[in-house]
Design a protein around this ligand. Structure first.
Ligand SMILES: Cc1cc2nc3c(=O)[nH]c(=O)nc-3n(C[C@H](O)[C@H](O)[C@H](O)COP(=O)(O)OP(=O)(O)OC[C@H]3O[C@@H](n4cnc5c(N)ncnc54)[C@H](O)[C@@H]3O)c2cc1C
Length: 243
């Protein structure tokens, strides 16, 4: 029997304007992926009113009422199903996903705060990584990810001589210190340079190009890691610690 090649793809979208180019990119990927037989879920963070601010409201459990140490609270919640409804819902989406795509505009050289908050709160200690299990052994290994970024700046601004420098450096925090840290295999970023400045024809070509890349990623092998026990029982006490 032929292997099931259909993938679950989670698109996390962070742009407040439904008519934005980011929304158009997410829709183009969704349509092309669905047409190719894949299942797509979109987490539209602004539309959902996602709260990016970390705090005690993240949890129904309490590890230490006297001192709020975020990763210790995340560990307790991971052990006892103590994440808030909002975080548990997003984690379930991540758990189901073979492919993760983050779509966002570059704001002050990084992702909008709402998406940064999603990474901080959802990809929690005890869920996406634990001590001794990061990068190649991160808990989200076997899955694939891609970032799709729109910029105001032109390609020249992101050249080695340009004022911003190469996009690989700009996106290193999310590509390497975020997604790869959790074990995901990360594709090169898709960048829609100067999205508000280019012609409509160029934007349409960008949409088609991005849709193709999303479908190409979905054709690659995946093997989402399923821990044989609770992730916190995998903790390597000798590994560099949480904080
Ligand atoms: C706080 C802040 C900080 C910023 N910092 C930076 C920075 O550090 N570096 C940098 O380079 N830029 C920066 N910018 C600019 C920002 O990155 C761009 O404005 C943004 O990436 C544009 O993407 P968008 O999705 O918001 O597009 P929009 O501006 O919403 O859309 C761009 C164009 O695409 C059109 N469009 C929408 N849908 C379609 C479709 N289906 N087909 C064809 N065209 C369509 C829209 O009508 C519009 O003309 C910053 C902006 C803000 C607000």
């Amino acid at each position: 029997m032929a292997a099931d090649r259909s993938r679950n793809v989670l698109i996390v979208l962070a742009n407040p304007e439904p008519g934005s180019f980011c929304h158009a990119l997410a829709a183009a990927a969704r349509d092309a992926l669905t047409h190719s037989g894949h299942h797509v879920e979109i987490s539209d963070l602004f539309a959902q009113g996602f709260n990016p601010v970390a705090g005690r409201h993240d949890f129904t459990t309490v590890a230490d009422p006297a001192r709020f140490h975020y990763q210790s609270e995340q560990a307790k919640a991971a052990r006892e199903n103590g994440f808030s409804e909002e975080i548990a819902r997003e984690q379930e989406r991540v758990r189901k996903a073979d492919n993760l795509i983050l779509v966002f505009p570059l704001w002050w050289g990084g992702m909008p705060a709402i998406l940064k908050g999603w990474l901080e709160r959802v990809l929690a200690y005890g869920f996406a990584y634990v001590d001794g299990h990061r990068f190649d052994s991160g808990l989200l290994r076997g899955r694939r990810a891609m970032t799709a970024v729109t910029t105001g700046g032109t390609p020249e601004r992101f050249s080695p001589e340009g004022v911003y420098g190469p996009i690989e450096g700009v996106l290193y925090p999310v590509q390497r210190l975020g997604l790869e840290y959790m074990g995901l295999s990360v594709e090169p970023p898709f960048v829609a340079y100067g999205a508000p400045r280019v012609s409509n024809e160029e934007r349409e070509a960008m949409l088609a190009n991005f849709a193709e890349k999303a479908v190409a990623m979905a054709a690659l092998e995946v093997d989402p890691y399923e821990p044989p026990c609770h992730p916190l029982d995998l903790v390597d006490a000798g590994a560099w610690s949480r904080s």
